[in-house]
Design a protein around this ligand. Structure first.
Ligand SMILES: *[C@@H]1O[C@H](CO)[C@@H](O)[C@H](O)[C@H]1NC(C)=O
Ligand SMILES: *[C@@H]1O[C@H](CO)[C@@H](O)[C@H](O)[C@H]1NC(C)=O
Ligand SMILES: *[C@@H]1O[C@H](CO)[C@@H](O)[C@H](O)[C@H]1NC(C)=O
Length: 333
């Protein structure tokens, strides 16, 4: 089997040409597919951006603030931004600062917040435990919150009611004039520094069930964890407030555009500091940490922290992630 030289060359040329044709056809197919794919969040012009954002105009965000978790700093950012970003911020003031809402008030709030269109998008904040809109037949709002190391929060609260803070220095707090340190209080086993009083963040996230309010209740802890993961858009930690704000800005730009920049550059948003805070002794810390209530509150904190870090890793640190719709059929013409 011997082909003449020219025949061999001819075969070679035919092979090259046919492979080129195949490659070309693959490219054409790929290009057609690219034309028929849509990138999520890819917005071409300002008119399209406006249309996209109009869809976010119905947002309801509920920030059921846990006391002494840097909530005032965050709310300050929201109040500063609301005019520029065209949304409303409202404080929900509950009689005697009760964290538990009556059933009729839960229904009224769910109904009013859901139907009050002219105030939307809106951020509501107040010191009340989580409650579920869907059981009243309304769409779930976007819940957000901050959580703090339980002992730090406890001590901060202890001194806050005695000395107030630099935010409203003129306000006389309920324990004003009481100079007892936290160490002395723990040593004397006084009721206000009883570790059972650490049971606060669990009930806030757990909600409106009787078990939520029983210090050390295991079901309450499990329920609080479940709500953090399934019913909260985002739960940040006080210690990483800046990242909390960054993630909110990326996720809900309609309301939080410019929030990080404002937080970093305004001098009033992170100034609230409890006056006269003393570091507790080793012995006091050990006593508190031996209590089952501290251990469960701490378990919730650690759980929320890990979840927050997970979201942070996949949101802040992977900003280049793109999501594309493709193989759309029938094709766009
Ligand atoms: C909530 O309302 C009560 C009664 O109107 C008022 O005394 C109190 O100052 C309000 N709380 C806040 C934090 O504004
Ligand atoms: C919600 O409550 C506020 C305050 O009472 C009221 O002004 C507003 O009209 C209510 N909105 C709806 C839709 O009921
Ligand atoms: C705080 O910032 C405002 C403007 O944002 C500025 O007018 C004011 O002088 C600043 N105050 C201090 C103490 O830096």
């Amino acid at each position: 089997m011997f082909l003449p030289k020219s025949g061999l060359f001819g075969l070679f040329v035919v092979l090259i040409i046919s492979s080129l044709i195949i490659i070309y056809q693959i490219q054409v197919l790929k290009l057609q597919d690219r034309l028929n794919s849509l990138e999520l969040n890819h917005i071409e012009d300002t008119a399209a951006l406006k249309r996209q954002e109009a869809l976010d105009d119905h947002f309801i965000i509920i920030y059921n603030r846990v006391p002494k978790t840097a909530s005032t700093s965050f709310v300050g950012v929201a109040y500063d931004l609301c005019k520029k970003n065209h949304f409303h911020v409202l404080h929900v003031n509950v009689t005697a600062n009760s964290h538990v809402l009556s059933l009729n008030n839960q229904l009224s709030l769910a109904k009013n917040m859901s139907q009050w269109d002219s105030i939307k998008p809106a951020l509501y904040h107040g010191h009340f435990a989580y409650f579920d809109f869907s059981k009243f037949g309304f769409q779930k709002p976007l819940y957000i919150n901050l959580i703090r190391k339980p002992l730090d929060r406890f001590i901060s609260y202890y001194y806050f009611v005695r000395y107030g803070d630099n935010y409203r220095p003129y306000l006389v707090r309920k324990k004003h004039g009481d100079t007892m340190t936290f160490d002395e209080c723990v040593a004397k086993k006084l009721p206000e520094c009883d570790p059972n009083n650490l049971w606060l963040q669990v009930p806030f996230f757990c909600g409106h069930a009787a078990n939520c309010r029983k210090p050390g209740n295991k079901w309450a802890l499990a329920e609080a964890k479940k709500n953090i993961v399934t019913n909260y858009l985002l739960v940040g930690v006080t210690e990483e407030l800046q990242d909390f704000i960054s993630i909110l800005e990326i996720t809900v730009p309609r309301m939080f555009r410019g929030a990080l920049d404002h937080y970093l550059n305004s001098n009033k948003s992170h100034l609230r500091k409890t006056v006269q805070k003393q570091t507790p002794s080793e012995q006091t810390i050990k006593k508190i940490k031996d209590s089952p209530v501290w251990q469960m509150e701490n378990e919730l904190y650690e759980f929320a922290l890990e979840h927050f870090h997970f979201i942070k890793k996949h949101t802040l640190h992977e900003k280049n992630q793109r999501v594309v719709y493709e193989k759309i059929r029938p094709k766009f013409t």
